[in-house]
Design a protein around this ligand. Structure first.
Ligand code: HDD
Length: 752
């Protein structure tokens, strides 16, 4: 069940029942839904949301202006005569058009394209030993959350499947205030100091003279910058991997990236890295598939999230922490404060401490997903920053950006941003103020406020309020990078060595793709020179098709103005960094295309549909046209989608049932052939029976030895010609559980 906003003064321990839609949730804060004004004593700093009387409930008939005036007509402006000019006095027309003219707000400078959802977080056990954060103390407590996933570089209208990091921002509405964990799906960042962030973003965004390319890093300015900043090498490895083209938001890991601190009630602090582990596993798309999806379904990820929640398949993640006691701060070969480094899970295991379930779609994209304002500085007692210089700079940037994006210092009053616990202070006024603050006292201390005075009590603040970690700081002011941040290549190498062979192939291909798009050969050369510090073979393979010289390690250290440690420390591979090595098996919520034509064996379709449904997956019957096809037994089989609008890239697997002689006709249909070959090329599971298997073989994709190609075993006797043999559906489901069959051979020769 979804959580409900804890009511004011409600015990925070109350288990929260199903969430109310935002519109209803915040009705008591709006002019329409404001409670009748109560008597407020002079000087009392209690605030009410509005003093407006409640207007009559709107009905279907009562279309009104923003002032509540009923409209006589919403189709015609006020004119001087039937065919005369429109009158300036038409305030109804002017109000409507003025509002429309101002409907757009500036999109986010980065992470403009996103999708959000509501849900709850619940800790597994009391974490009091580690942190005094109240929402991490009670396993019975469900804390409401709002999560926004995003790409980084593209504009608001860009495609979901661009190669990019993904934002993973979580707002916890805790009883002690809002806590925001504003992370990414990649555990490291491009740069070590926030002062380089504007440069990084300017480099990756479309080039300023012609605003090309959209949502793509494959252009000169991005690679010019990153090749001059060797600290970005580690994140480049991640961004060139399949992590940067996730199958779904629901199938990505999330990371807090920086090292944070947790503090318990005794004041003991530990360093902490945050992880989100998706229960559906971590999976990527094929690059060719991602590019095609950008055109065929630019909303692929947001649609997937929306439909999963809408159909009750609530995505779920576990929150994990890697904890490093303060005394172990210098135990590692890298600096915990360096955001280009991760702590290998093999060194410090991830402890899973709770779960997050997303169970409600937003009511309104703009009001919630667009207006939500995250900030790494939104903390609760028990969680604190570290001195990571990237994090420190972020603490300024996020409030600042909301001022221009949301237009006022009162953005915290927008329903999606409001704390869901009591909130009192003496801040007043400003653009778009919603609260109607009452009384004469707007300062502290005071003696004129009667009743609640909302004073800060020193003792209480120690016990309940936020207090920063008591860290002794005594050092000269200095504008320098710590030498402990110098090693830019060891973890990049660790990432490379931790990948399976197909995953390494994808990284090489991604580098080749991006660098081939560069107009400036010297930048291509700089990148491969740089990669030579990660791995000689990697650099040579990337360089091969780029029309440049062999990688020159020596040159890389010459151009770098940084004290990059020239030789990576020899690191152990970390299997946790490989998506392919993670345990698979779960096909829940995956979608299978069942490609049919007239003459199809309806029983095998239904058997497969049932088997998939039992495994938590779904299927769609795809044919050349909508309507029905006539099955072999003469019954009509309904078609869900046509080849005209539904490409194979939106599916996880394909099943070709027996279609009698019609399979041969299908082999002459270019769209159907493309559909099957494309799924094959993208390494998806393909199952085929009877004449469906014949069709697959005729396309050169029906080798029983190919991974993920599921065919009836020779010699298996079928109950009826073309029917699904025993064990076929389980074999198909098992193959799907491996997500993709990246080691499939001969893909280069498949023309899709
Ligand atoms: Fe950032 C948005 C994540 C470094 C400045 N960032 C933004 C969002 C995410 C991140 C997920 C979207 C939030 C949403 O959905 O509304 N950012 C990160 C991570 C970083 C990081 C994981 C490094 C570890 N960011 C970073 C730096 C700066 C910023 C160093 C500036 C110094 N980020 C911003 C911003 C944005 C933003 C410009 C744009 C919109 C917003 O804040 O609200 O202020």
């Amino acid at each position: 069940m979804a959580p409900r906003t804890p009511a004011k003064n409600q015990s925070p321990k109350t288990k929260t029942p199903a969430a109310k839609p935002l519109a209803q949730e915040h009705a008591d804060f709006t002019a329409e839904g404001a409670p009748p004004p109560g008597k407020v004593a002079l000087g009392e700093p209690v605030t009410r949301r509005s003093h407006q009387p409640r207007p009559p409930e709107p009905t279907a008939q009562s279309l009104t202006t923003n002032q509540g005036l009923a409209l006589p007509d919403n189709h015609n402006s006020l004119k001087a005569g039937l065919r005369g000019p429109t009158l300036l006095e038409d305030f109804i027309l002017r109000e409507k058009i003025t509002h429309f003219d101002h409907e757009r707000i500036p999109e986010r400078a980065v992470h403009a394209r996103g999708a959000g959802a509501h849900g709850f977080f619940q800790v597994y056990e009391n974490m009091a030993g580690l942190t005094k954060a109240q929402f991490l103390s009670d396993p019975a407590l469900q804390t409401p959350v709002f999560v926004r996933f995003s790409t980084v570089a593209g504009s608001r209208g860009s495609a979901d499947t661009a190669r990019d990091a993904r934002g993973f921002a979580v707002k916890f509405y805790t009883a002690e205030g809002n806590y925001d964990l504003v992370g990414n799906n990649i555990p490291v960042f491009f740069i070590q100091d926030a002062i380089k962030f504007p440069d990084l973003v300017h480099a990756v965004k479309p080039e300023p003279h012609n605003e090309i390319p959209q949502a793509a890093s494959a252009h000169d300015t991005f690679w010019d910058f990153v090749t001059l900043m060797p600290e970005s090498t580690h994140m480049l490895m991640w961004v060139m991997s399949d992590r940067a083209i996730p199958r779904s938001f629901r199938m990505m890991e999330g990371f807090g990236v920086h090292t944070f601190r947790m503090v318990n009630a005794q004041g003991d602090a530990s360093f902490v890295k945050f992880h989100w582990k998706p229960l559906l596993g971590t999976h990527g798309l094929a690059w060719d598939e991602a590019q095609k999806l950008a055109g065929k379904d630019a909303d692929f990820h947001r649609r997937d999230l929306w439909e999963a929640i809408d159909s009750g398949n609530f995505p779920e993640w576990e929150l994990g922490v890697q904890v490093v006691p303060e005394e172990d701060e210098f135990r590692f070969s890298f600096d915990l404060l360096d955001p280009t480094k991760l702590i290998p899970e093999e060194l410090v295991p991830v402890r899973r401490i709770g779960r997050m379930v997303l169970n409600r779609n937003p009511d309104n994209f703009f009001a919630e997903t667009e207006q939500v304002a995250f900030h790494p500085g939104h903390l609760v007692p028990g969680i604190d920053f570290s001195n990571d210089p990237l994090l420190q700079g972020r603490l300024f940037s996020y409030t600042d950006t909301q001022l221009s994006r949301l237009g006022s210092a009162n953005f915290h009053e927008l329903p999606i941003n409001r704390a869901q616990c009591p909130m009192h202070n003496f801040q007043r006024d400003g653009m778009h103020r919603q609260q109607v603050n009452t009384g004469r006292v707007a300062y502290e201390p005071n003696t004129l406020a009667s009743g609640n005075e909302f004073r800060v009590d020193g003792t209480q603040a120690q016990a309940k309020g936020f207090s920063s970690v008591h860290e002794a700081l005594e050092s000269p002011k200095i504008r320098q990078r710590s030498p402990s941040f110098d090693d830019h290549f060891s973890q990049a190498r660790m990432f490379w060595l931790s990948q399976t062979e197909p995953e390494q192939d994808h990284i090489v291909a991604a580098f080749q793709f991006e660098l081939s798009k560069l107009e400036t050969p010297a930048i291509r050369q700089r990148m491969v020179d740089n990669l030579a510090h990660v791995d000689g073979q990697l650099a040579a393979r990337v360089a091969a098709p780029l029309g440049i010289g062999a990688p020159n390690k020596q040159a890389a250290t010459l151009w770098s103005g940084f004290r990059a440690a020239p030789h990576p420390v020899d690191v152990q591979p970390s299997p946790a960094l490989s998506m392919a090595q993670a345990p698979g098996g779960n096909i829940a919520t995956r979608t299978v295309a069942i490609l049919v034509a007239n003459g199809v064996d309806a029983t095998s379709v239904q058997t497969m549909q049932q088997a998939l449904a039992d495994a938590g997956a779904s299927s769609k019957v795809v044919a050349a046209a909508l309507g029905t096809v006539q099955a072999a037994d003469g019954t009509p089989l309904p078609v869900d989608c046509s080849l005209l609008t539904t490409p194979s890239v939106v599916f996880d697997a394909v099943f070709l049932p027996c279609m009698g002689l019609h399979a041969a006709a299908m082999a002459a249909d270019g769209d159907a052939v493309h559909f099957v070959l494309e799924a094959y090329k993208h390494c998806k599971t393909i199952g085929a029976c009877g004449s469906g298997a014949g069709l697959l073989a005729s396309l050169g994709a029906g080798q029983v030895t190919e991974p993920g190609v599921v065919l009836p075993l020779p010699g298996v006797v079928l109950a009826a010609a073309g029917a699904l043999p025993a064990g076929f559906a389980p074999a198909f489901i098992q193959a799907m559980g491996q997500h993709r069959h990246w080691s499939r051979s001969g893909l280069a020769t498949v023309p899709a």
